[in-house]
Design a binder for this molecule. Structure first.
Ligand SMILES: [Zn+2]
Ligand SMILES: [Zn+2]
Length: 88
């Protein structure tokens, strides 16, 4: 039986289980990481302009200080923010 081939949007063959071929996956990761690093270098949340903090439980994971439950927010009087990003 022939192995089932499927194609990435760029035309290269890819694993039928993967969304994209290796090259596209690497490019998408690189551009995502570049965007995340640019945001983290400002130290500010792009959604609410609040501060970002690094979540040390996962390498490269940053989230807004207003992220999550009210007890976890830096300022409970302000609205929650769902921004988080990863530079890894
Ligand atoms: Zn591709
Ligand atoms: Zn925010």
């Amino acid at each position: 039986m022939a192995r089932k081939q499927s194609r990435c949007q760029c035309g290269r063959t890819k694993s039928q289980y993967a969304g994209y071929c290796r090259k596209c996956t690497a490019e998408r990761d690189a551009s995502r990481i570049a965007v995340a690093q640019a945001v983290v270098s400002t130290g500010l949340c792009p959604q609410c302009q609040g501060k970002l903090k690094q979540n040390l439980s996962i390498t490269g994971w940053w989230q807004c200080l207003q992220y999550g439950a009210v007890t976890h927010r830096a300022d409970p009087s302000k609205a929650a923010c769902s921004y988080q990003t990863s530079t890894a």
